[in-house]
Design a protein around this ligand. Structure first.
Ligand code: AMP
Length: 198
């Protein structure tokens, strides 16, 4: 099934986990900019060295670098017939960049999954993840920075996509399976159906 999707939600909303579930079920490439950056940091590439301190502080990587990474990734063969973007675009400049890039390929986003999770729930989940996974950007300070950026810069991108009628707001509180089921119900209403469900 060809689908071009974006999943948006505050850190700790479960967007990474849900993104992989949805992408795998639909058989489309899952493109997480956070994962790409973390892989570069781990491998110690030049890009990794450039972004390490930015990630640790919970700040945004500069738009030009991020957009170049996304262009490169979406240019790979497995993203030709659909993809799910997780974590990009994250501000209005990136929305414009993605519009331009997709427009050049005669493509557009089919749906934007917006996971709604109250701030206290996000903070609780991130704090628990910090204890379990030891992610270097799950410190109390970086968490506050990331949630602040989400509210100031990322939430407004939903208004742009709302005017296009492609946003599905999904209650992100519940078990993983409950949230996944809500997402698929919304996608099905748009005619986007996982092959196994056909
Ligand atoms: P995430 O896993 O989506 O929470 O991303 C982890 C970190 O990667 C973020 O806190 C940013 O430092 C960086 N990052 C991921 N996506 C973007 C983006 N679209 N623009 C700028 N920085 C990003």
């Amino acid at each position: 099934m060809t689908a071009r999707l974006l999943i948006v939600g505050p850190q700790g909303s479960g967007k990474g986990t849900q993104g992989v579930r949805v992408g795998d079920a639909l058989g489309i490439a899952v493109v997480s900019t956070g994962d790409v950056f973390r892989a570069h940091v781990k491998e110690g590439t030049e890009l990794g060295l450039q972004v390490t301190s930015i990630l640790d502080a919970g700040d945004l990587v500069p738009d030009e670098l991020t957009s170049a990474v996304v262009r490169d990734r979406l240019g790979q063969a497995d993203a030709a017939d659909g993809f799910l973007l997780d974590g990009y675009p994250r501000n209005l400049a990136q929305v414009m960049h993605l519009d331009q890039f997709l427009g050049g390929r005669d493509e557009k986003l089919d749906a934007v999954i917006a996971l709604i999770v109250p701030r206290n729930e996000s903070v609780a989940r991130l704090t628990a993840r910090a204890a379990e996974q030891g992610r270097t950007d799950d410190t109390e300070e970086a968490i506050a920075t990331r949630l602040g950026i989400y509210e100031r810069e990322t939430a407004p991108i939903l208004d742009v996509y709302r005017t296009r009628g492609i946003v599905d707001e999904i209650d992100g509180v519940g078990t993983l399976d409950e949230v996944t089921a809500r997402i698929f119900a919304a996608l099905e209403a748009r005619g986007i159906v996982a092959p196994s469900a056909v």
